[in-house]
Ligand binder design. Structure first.
Ligand code: AQP
Length: 339
């Protein structure tokens, strides 16, 4: 994606919640794409800990996973010299703008959100207001930085839409306060599905560990999970995205395509006439070989606590500087006293 070098770089914001160990879905749908965008855009990536407490977390584990997530970002290829990396809760502007935008978002809009419906059915004992207003905090994350592009997986596109609606509504009342962002999807891997229920998306908080591949899984566990992934009894390797009966094979084709920078159709052609066992073996090898160098890098980085803390500190300062400009503007527009 080339830009005219005389123009300032467009800004990108995205993040992942430290709500579990990152899955292959998070990697293929989001992080892998971020890596390739770093040279052409001004990138800001956060560890979204504020979002993660919409579901109960164990405090010590959340702290640990937040730093592990930072180490994993870097191990995946996010370069702290090129991109700003910070912990969401280290910048209070996110929560502050979210309060204001809560007052410009309608209950009806939030009630339509698939993620709310899904998570409230999975956590029926804890349907808290944060779970409901999650998209408003996400809109604040994005709008604070006058973000132009948000590289996310397909599951988050509905939240990007509501972010755009709220921003346009606010701008409609107060003038051009926010840049209207656009979502950016990868070609292959925008929605990686569960290995046990392939009509459902792969999630790091899935209670069944066989459903997802964690970037932290042992390599033999990864291979085993892929080899026992649910498929169908037809025995034909063909990409039929609209056929639910082929959801398992479609998913493995999508994963293989994302791993090899190909397309599911091309992968299906390559494995035409072969058995599911052979194909699953090849997918397992491709996934393990892609994760291996990331894990080696991760093992090295996670030991250097001072380095990671330094990145968090610098990232918090940099994000604060940008976010404050937007927050002050918003406060002024709505009538707060700003010095
Ligand atoms: N299955 C997926 N396929 C492709 N992309 C995915 N993403 C998530 N799951 C898939 C993308 O990963 C980024 C970070 O997601 P998140 O952690 O902010 O929240 P999420 O979308 O709710 O991810 P999970 O794994 O399902 O987390 P839990 O289980 O905690 O809810 C986003 O860009 C997302 O699109």
């Amino acid at each position: 994606m080339e830009q005219n070098i005389t123009e300032p770089k467009k800004r990108i914001f995205s993040g992942v919640q430290p709500s579990g160990n990152i899955t292959l879905g998070n990697y293929l749908g989001a992080i892998k794409n971020w890596v390739s965008l770093q040279d052409d855009y001004e990138c800001i990536f956060a560890m979204m800990d504020l979002h993660s407490i919409t579901v109960r977390q164990t405090p010590a584990e959340l702290r640990k996973r937040t730093m592990e997530l930072l180490a994993l970002y870097i191990a995946c290829g996010i370069d702290p010299e090129k991109s700003t990396l910070f912990v969401q809760s280290h910048n209070s502007a996110h929560a502050e703008l979210a309060w204001v935008l809560n007052c410009y978002t309608y209950m009806g809009e939030l009630q339509r959100m698939t993620q709310f419906k899904d998570k409230s059915s999975r956590h029926a004992d804890n349907i808290n207001a944060g779970l409901f207003t999650y998209p408003v905090l996400m809109a604040s994350d994005i709008l604070l930085y006058q973000t132009e592009l948000v590289p996310v997986g397909k599951d988050q596109m509905q939240h990007i839409e509501i972010c755009r609606d709220v921003a346009q509504r606010f701008n409609g009342v107060y003038g051009d306060v926010f840049k209207i962002p656009e979502g950016l999807l990868v070609k292959s891997g925008a929605k990686v599905m569960s290995l046990t229920e392939p009509t459902k998306k792969m999630s790091k908080s899935d209670p069944n560990p066989k459903a997802f591949i964690s970037m932290m899984d042992d390599f033999n566990v990864i291979a085993k999970k892929i080899k026992s992934a649910v498929t169908d009894s037809e025995g034909v390797i063909e990409y039929r995205p609209d056929d639910e009966a082929k959801a398992g094979i479609n998913n493995l084709l999508t994963i293989m395509a994302a791993m090899t920078n190909s397309t599911p159709e091309a992968v299906a052609k390559e494995f035409e006439g072969q058995g599911y066992g052979t194909f699953k073996g090849a997918v397992a090898d491709a996934v393990v070989e892609a994760i291996r160098p990331i894990r080696e890098e991760y093992d090295r980085i996670i030991k250097d606590k001072a380095y990671l803390q330094d990145i968090c500190k610098n990232g918090a300062e940099a994000s604060h500087r940008i976010a404050q400009r937007t927050l002050k503007k918003v406060y002024k527009k709505v009538g707060f006293i700003v010095d």
